[in-house]
Ligand binder design. Structure first.
Ligand code: PHE
Length: 537
């Protein structure tokens, strides 16, 4: 009835009919005037007045044209550029005070048609006035001995084209430069040659035109008078209610699929979002969070973890050491036992590393290189099962920053301490953890860490490849013995940024710190969940 399969707003209907009546590509302004012209005689009531106001506003027409374009019923294009003349700063003043040459000759007339040039020098713009007066042939300058005199040459000094043009400009605000005709055109050039009197402003003309389907819909609509379509309203007004007119109108339907401007609400940074997801997952699995210092003793970061003091990871090119202060206090109660394990195995049955352990080295301060330092600190304090704790925290490594390395990043760490805990159990916990994050395939490879035995690398399946996410294992006696821990400790330390890269599907780890607003606004960690989970990852 009202345009076939297209759901149209009354404004859209008016635009379609008006465009077809105009019969050619038209501006919003032209559509607006034409629509008002046709509809005005047919409308009377208050309600209709507000519709007329809407129609008279070219930006409402523009909005309706936008909707019609979405539906493929019109095409909107920039047809040409219009150059128009507008008043400049000086121009505005000249409109008020008159052009300098006019002010000058008026003054001369008052003075009897002639004067010594020095008598004019107190006038504002007097030089410009003299120059233009001479160019227009209004004045002459005569040298008379030491005196220079300025005199009028004729009697009636008619309005110049420049003055006419200024007057019209003052009234209309702007003038189409290309439609001025020869005289005013010349005057425009003259005004343009003067400083800041007028300037050219360029404007693109946007025109709307019916498409093939647009013509079709318009001709169906034209079977009824245009005013019929105005019975449709988008909201009930007090007038509609009190006048009873609401009975006669049709309420227009919502189009929930209409495109709108995107709204960017405040949100968490993508990394913070992943940290939250990970922490939540841990908590759901019954873990408690622990925290440790970022500035750590080499003792906790390395020695307590049975990492020999000549281990390459302890060197400056891998670890950031502090200069001020460079050393801290050792936890005395553990020093002897750790020293013994390193030197000859203590009473663990191990032979240790067989070197002379240095307290100096263990006292050095550094930025922790892994959160396992936090784990072992906690273990020394807590030691008795059952323990299920985690940390998701920052660590530092002296890395050259590139697409897959940062010098400051995060680890997802955790331990389970339980009587009789097994490697199988460790694999189960990690599988469950990743499963809850939507990663369905997890596998383990034998690996090596000085503090675990056995040790495993954890990998998850991403598309058609396996991605290394971190290390895991069961703490060896050399690690647990000095702290009186007697039950198996299942431990792991996994990369957070790596996981975040998988979740956000990005190739370059630096993206998390580049503050690319476009990316930050559109990313969501929930995106992959939208279509039935992350099974495909
Ligand atoms: N700390 C190890 C790393 O930084 C990971 C790990 C943690 C390995 C716990 C085994 C046990 O890579």
């Amino acid at each position: 009835m009202n345009g076939g399969r297209y759901e149209l707003h009354w404004l859209e209907k008016v635009v379609l009919v008006t465009l077809s009546r105009l019969g050619k590509p038209s501006t919003y302004q032209a559509i607006s005037s034409e629509a008002v012209k046709t509809l005005k005689p047919q409308l009377d009531s208050l309600h209709d007045q507000s519709m007329l106001d809407t129609l008279a506003n070219p930006s409402s027409i523009a909005k309706a044209c936008g909707w019609l374009k979405e539906k493929g019923l019109v095409q909107i294009s920039v047809s040409r550029t219009v150059r128009s003349l507008v008043l400049g700063e000086e121009g505005v003043r000249y409109v008020r005070e008159g052009l300098p040459e006019r002010r000058l000759v008026n003054r001369l007339v008052e003075m009897g048609g002639t004067t010594v040039i020095d008598h004019l020098k107190d006038m504002p713009d007097y030089e410009i006035g003299i120059n233009w007066g001479l160019r227009l042939g209004w004045l002459q300058i005569v040298k008379d001995g030491s005196e220079t005199r300025v005199s009028l040459r004729g009697e009636t000094l008619g309005k110049t084209d420049q003055e006419c043009l200024l007057e019209i400009l003052a009234e209309k605000g702007e003038l189409d430069l290309d439609g001025l005709g020869p005289e005013l055109g010349k005057a425009a050039d003259q005004l343009l040659s003067r400083k800041r009197v007028v300037s050219i402003s360029e404007r693109k003309v946007i025109e709307v035109e019916l498409t093939q389907p647009g013509w079709g819909v318009a001709s169906t609509l034209m079977e009824r008078p245009l005013s019929d379509y105005l019975n449709e309203v988008t909201r009930l007004t007090p007038y509609l209610l009190s006048s009873g007119r609401w009975r006669l109108v049709t309420l227009s339907r919502y189009n929930v699929a209409a495109p709108v401007e995107p709204i960017f609400t405040a949100k968490r940074h993508p990394l913070a979002e992943v940290i939250r997801m990970v922490k939540k997952t841990y908590v759901e699995m019954g873990f408690e969070e622990i925290e440790g210092p970022i500035v750590e003793l080499a003792f906790w970061n390395f020695d307590a973890l049975f990492q020999p003091q000549d281990h390459p990871a302890r060197e400056m090119q891998d670890t950031f050491y502090l200069s001020h202060p460079s050393c801290g206090e050792l936890p005395r109660e553990y020093v002897e036992r750790v020293k013994a394990v390193h030197e000859y195995g203590g009473d663990t049955g191990s032979r240790g590393w067989g070197y002379k352990w240095s307290e100096e080295e263990a006292r050095r301060l550094l930025l922790r290189t892994h959160t396992t330092a936090t784990t072992i600190r906690h273990l020394a304090k807590t030691r008795n099962p059952p323990i299920k704790v985690f940390s998701v925290d920052r660590i530092y490594r002296n890395e050259k920053v590139d697409w897959k390395h940062l010098a400051e990043f995060h680890q997802i760490e955790g331990i389970v301490v339980e009587r009789g805990a097994t490697l199988r159990q460790l694999m189960g916990v990690l599988k469950e953890f990743y499963l809850r994050l939507g990663l369905h395939q997890v596998r383990f490879r034998p690996s090596y860490f000085p503090y675990t035995e056995p040790s495993m690398e954890v990998e998850v399946r991403l598309g058609d490849r396996w991605l290394e996410l971190g290390g895991s294992g069961i703490f060896r006696p050399e690690t647990t013995h000095p702290f009186h821990v007697e039950h198996p400790v299942l431990a792991w330390g996994l990369g957070l940024e790596r996981l975040a890269m998988v979740i956000y599907n990005i190739e370059d780890i630096r993206a998390f710190h580049q503050n690319d607003l476009g990316w930050l606004r559109k990313v969501s960690p929930l995106e992959p969940y939208r279509f039935g989970g992350r099974a495909g990852l």
